[in-house]
Design a protein around this ligand. Structure first.
Ligand code: FES
Length: 206
């Protein structure tokens, strides 16, 4: 499986295809009904107040990333990827800051962050669980793993456990169909996962 950095590098290198652009524009149009304009300096000052309060260092780091990438090809994707690397995900104030500093409409920042699956607008857990619901895994009971995570861990797809230890994503194929049903915990793949063994597996991650 390609790492997120490799995926981003590939997108930057190969550019965005026509189909991908069409999809990005579709997403942007959705957002445009809500956000019809760029972020104003006043709003950024508000964001600044909140972010600078306890995370001023983080804000300064994001501004440095923007400065280092300004005017370069693929700058928006690269800036978002590096900002996510620092914060762990892309919260609204970070996207608004990137929009203002990079002079890119907020709708476009949202569109790009929503389109590429390596970006997340929600916080991630210390360990990201990826449960496969591709055909092979689904047939072998991948959905039972999801049920068990909901029941025992109060964890929904896209959610995070209250202690921040695990977050959950659904994926289509992890490339290990012979081991269905498959679940990844971070970079580690677990095959033939039995729901009854799930707690034992997760308890081994602290
Ligand atoms: S379908 Fe689950 S790993 Fe391929």
């Amino acid at each position: 499986m390609k790492t997120k950095v490799q995926q981003v590098e590939e997108v930057i290198k190969t550019g965005t295809t026509k189909e991908e652009l069409a999809e990005i524009h579709r997403i942007i149009n959705q957002f445009e009904s809500v956000i019809k304009r760029e972020v104003t300096a006043t709003e950024v000052a508000e964001i600044d107040k909140v972010v600078r309060g306890h995370e001023g260092k983080l804000y300064a780091e994001i501004q440095k990333i923007v400065d280092d990438n300004r005017g370069k090809a693929g700058s928006l994707i690269r800036v978002l990827q590096q900002a996510q690397g620092i914060v762990g995900y892309l919260p609204k104030p970070v996207m608004a800051t990137v929009s203002y500093d990079l002079k890119v409409p907020l709708s476009e920042v949202y569109g790009v962050a929503s389109f590429y699956h390596f970006f997340s607008m929600k916080p991630k857990g210390k360990y990201v669980l990826q449960v496969c619901l591709g055909t092979s895994c689904y047939v072998k009971g991948g959905d039972k793993i999801i049920d068990r995570l909901k029941k025992d861990w109060n964890l929904e797809p896209g959610g995070i456990t209250p202690d921040g230890r695990f977050s959950l994503e659904i994926v289509r194929c992890l490339g290990a169909c012979g081991l269905s049903p498959v679940m990844a915990v971070g970079a580690e793949i677990h095959g033939r996962v039995k729901p009854s063994k799930l707690n034992e597996i997760l308890d081994s991650y602290n």
